[in-house]
Ligand binder design. Structure first.
Ligand code: NAD
Ligand code: GLY
Length: 368
């Protein structure tokens, strides 16, 4: 097992990474203050892992809260079901909420923990690659609004993150690829050598090679922990973690939540951010192409949805959380491995990026 630390003063917590951790009470029990536990999960994950985790917590009063599965349920109605169960089972302020599932469950259970009786303890037990490398770390919690992704939420840190890598054995390949979008992100924003490592190990990652996956998760979590340790509440640096997300959130909102997976939308959005960085002259066309090829090799979409117009993008991007005083800010790549958040770009370059013919651009890559 590997253990990393998110350093946030009194809100610091460990990230444990390893195979079979769900069955190890000594890793989980120290973070449970009272006798009550609520495990928030969904209809897909419950039959796979709820029994194992419940067994590990023998001796505690466990309330399973099994929600419908999908991004489309990351909303007020589903959140209310968590509060309904907690109150019906008389959970008090010493209860601990455990999020068992992907990023949708982690974001919702974390938000419920932030709000229930003004805040109760919470553990993240992420079971998708995306949640293991990104959403379970850093304390962003929340739900979607029909007009915008993740628009209602709170910063609320877990007491610990327990990453059992063996849960990835049941993850559909499309979901694994979606997680790889966020892994590649870390290389692009802050760890250029990691891009080379990913190029060498992409086949092994997609074949679920345990050692290679563990290393990718550890490197990703270490990068995220570093950034969050510097800027917990996104007053500056943390926004670089959103490379590709402004374009990607626009895709998710426009298509309808759950039609494109979050990681897929981020992948296409990352290509747009790379294209804009190249148009600004910050990276070369070869560097842009290197990023696109890696995303392709991860099995990800690298072009925006058919029929989505520049105006569609602009409409949805206007409600991005990085908009400040009405000015759109974007995460762009100054050099591979070095991202910046900026509103200092000519409007024509943004327009050209939104209007670019990504299908032709990507088709040409295949001919090189
Ligand atoms: P998800 O939670 O929808 O999970 C993907 C699918 O995999 C679901 O159908 C789920 O039931 C299933 N699943 C989960 N674990 C499984 C397993 N081990 N075996 C088989 N199936 C399994 O999606 P996700 O990609 O994990 O997370 C995406 C969400 O995370 C989005 O809502 C996004 O906004 C959010 N997110 C949050 C942050 C953050 O910092 N809080 C960061 C990135 C993404
Ligand atoms: N996924 C972006 C962040 O955690 O800040």
């Amino acid at each position: 097992m590997r253990t990393l630390q998110v350093d946030l003063g009194e809100r610091s917590y460990p990230i444990h990474i390893g195979e079979g951790l769900l069955a190890q009470p000594e890793l989980i029990v120290p973070y449970i203050a009272g006798r009550q536990v609520a495990i928030v999960t969904n209809e897909t994950v419950a039959p796979l892992y709820l029994g194992r985790l419940t067994q590990t917590l023998a001796g505690y009063g466990v309330t399973p809260i099994v929600l419908p599965d999908g991004e489309a349920y990351k909303n007020w109605e589903t959140l209310q079901r968590i509060f309904d169960s907690l109150l019906a089972e008389r959970h008090d302020r010493r209860t601990t909420i455990i999020a068992l599932g992907g990023g949708v469950i982690g974001d919702m259970a974390g938000f419920a923990a932030a709000c229930y009786q003004r805040g109760v303890d919470f553990l993240q037990v992420p079971t998708t690659l995306l949640s293991q490398v990104d959403s379970s770390v850093g304390g962003k919690t929340g739900i979607n609004h029909p007009l915008g992704k993740n628009m209602v939420g709170a910063f609320y840190q877990p007491k610990a993150v327990i990453i059992d890598t063996s849960t990835l054995s049941t993850l559909p390949a499309r979901e694994l690829s979606a997680g790889l979008a966020e892994v590649i992100k870390y290389g692009l924003i802050c760890d250029e050598p990691f891009l080379g490592w990913l190029e060498d190990n992409m086949s092994a990652l997609r074949a679920l090679d345990s050692a290679v996956l563990t290393e990718a998760i550890e490197r990703s979590c270490a990068a995220k922990a570093r950034v969050v340790g510097v800027d917990e509440r996104e007053s500056g640096l943390r926004a670089i973690l959103n490379l590709g997300h402004t374009f990607g959130h626009a895709i998710e909102t426009h298509q309808g939540y759950g039609v494109w997976l979050h990681g897929e939308a981020v992948a296409a959005g990352t290509v747009m951010a790379l294209e804009m960085s190249a148009r600004l002259g910050w990276i070369s066309v070869e560097e842009r192409n290197r990023g696109i090829r890696l995303l392709q090799r991860a099995g990800l979409p690298v072009v925006p949805p058919v029929g989505m117009t520049p105006d569609d993008f602009l409409e949805h991007m206007a409600v991005d959380k990085k908009v400040l005083d009405g000015r759109l800010r974007l995460v762009l790549v100054r050099r591979l491995g070095d991202a910046v958040v900026t509103s200092d770009f000519p409007q024509e370059i943004l327009q050209a990026t939104l209007s670019a013919d990504y299908r032709t651009l990507v088709a040409k890559l295949g001919d090189e």
